[in-house]
Design a protein around this ligand. Structure first.
Ligand code: NAD
Ligand code: LMR
Length: 342
């Protein structure tokens, strides 16, 4: 089991095995919200990474058992548990990558923005502790609404004087994972080959798959484009409804977040070929934050792959313009929240 897992974006199996047999890296990862629906399977997947030496699990409750359980896996990383605000600082000291899936999930009938009132404060407080204890870490924000929680995190880091926009990421990998799956299914392609960039944000119409940029080159009818786009945009709601009150995507999210962690660790380790879509501070459009494909390096975002946004289809151009007002409002809502607290 240990050998077989390494979620990856664009690497060959040969490279994957090299990592397994010659693990040279030893990074420290913390999961905040580790006892939750995402936190538990995500922690398991991170525990399986040969690039991780230390795994800190933090939650407000129930994390001791999760850590005891995981610590019995015979993979290299050492697992430690931290419970409650008094142990948060120690959970974060020396950490290279902090992943934040803490907060409440949706129930049927809710939008991601309906989670703002609870999750905004959770993200603010956790990121404030990150600023105090591991300001150089890569920060992966999963907690919804991502379109607002990332701007909140940025403001908190600015207030603490430690904001590095290259190291703060909204995790939108699940949108890419879904787009790849649905396109491969629809077009009968091998899953491993399919790569669809997804840009914009992470809610409703702000999630924009750029189907015209699918690799390998595929042609879609207008009807297929409409169906696939809407399915990708509503995929979170599809899971929320299927779970019927028991929460939102956790397993596919853990898979996607583990891929983003693995990509970050490879980038930190000097791999020069790491690309992911993520919601970050950006000049790709006039909005201050925007999800797009970036190249990851040791210092975080190394370059924006702006070519993805050039030569779009008419459908995509219109969709980019149509999503901007909602995305702008969600970003501003986050910034306002964080500025009022300062
Ligand atoms: P969950 O309720 O199962 O787990 C959340 C965990 O967070 C719980 O263990 C809870 O104790 C913990 N928590 C609450 N307050 C905390 C605090 N102050 N500090 C540390 N931990 C705290 O929820 P879930 O299904 O794991 O979802 C978590 C979040 O992830 C939700 O906001 C959900 O909307 C979001 N999500 C995002 C994506 C994405 O693509 N970015 C996908 C799925 C879910
Ligand atoms: C998702 O896309 O699955 C998450 O954002 C959770 C949700 O509320 O849909």
């Amino acid at each position: 089991l240990r050998a077989s897992f390494a979620p990856k974006a664009q690497k060959t199996n040969q490279n994957l095995h090299q990592h397994h047999f010659q693990p040279q890296a030893s990074y420290k990862v913390a999961v905040l919200g580790a006892a939750g629906g995402i936190g538990q399977p995500l922690s398991l997947l991170i525990k399986m990474s040969p690039l991780v030496s230390v795994l800190h699990l933090y939650d407000v409750a129930n994390v001791k058992g999760v850590a005891a359980d995981l610590s019995h896996c015979n993979t290299p990383s050492q697992v430690m548990d931290f419970t409650g605000a008094s142990e948060l600082a120690n959970a974060l000291k020396g950490i290279d990558v902090v992943v934040i899936p803490a907060g409440v999930p949706r129930k049927p009938g809710m939008t991601r923005d309906d989670l703002f009132n609870i999750n905004a404060g959770i993200v603010r407080d956790l990121v404030s502790a990150v600023a105090d204890n591991c300001p150089d870490a890569f920060i992966h924000i999963i907690s919804n609404p991502v379109n607002s929680t990332v701007p909140i995190a940025a403001e908190v880091l600015k207030q603490k004087g430690v904001y590095d926009p290259k190291k703060l990421f909204g995790v939108t990998t699940l949108d890419v994972v879904r787009a790849n799956t649905f396109v491969a299914q629809k077009k009968n392609l091998k899953l491993i080959d399919v790569d669809v960039p997804v840009v914009g944000g992470h809610a409703g119409i702000t999630i924009l798959p750029l189907l015209s940029k699918t690799k390998p080159t595929v042609s879609f009818t207008d009807e297929e484009i409409e169906q696939l786009t809407v399915r990708i945009q509503n995929a979170g709601t599809e899971v929320v409804e299927a779970k019927a009150g028991a929460g939102s995507a956790t397993l596919s999210m853990a898979y996607a977040a583990a891929r983003f962690v693995e990509s970050s660790l490879r980038a930190l380790d000097g791999d020069g070929d790491v690309y992911e879509c993520t919601f970050v501070q950006s000049e790709v459009t006039e909005l201050p934050f925007f999800a797009s494909r970036v190249k990851l390096g040791r210092k975080g975002v190394e370059a924006f792959i702006t070519s993805d946004l050039q030569g779009l289809s008419e459908y995509e151009q219109k969709a980019v313009e149509a999503l901007k007002p909602e995305l702008k409002a969600s970003i501003e809502k986050g910034i306002d929240f964080a500025s009022k607290q300062a």
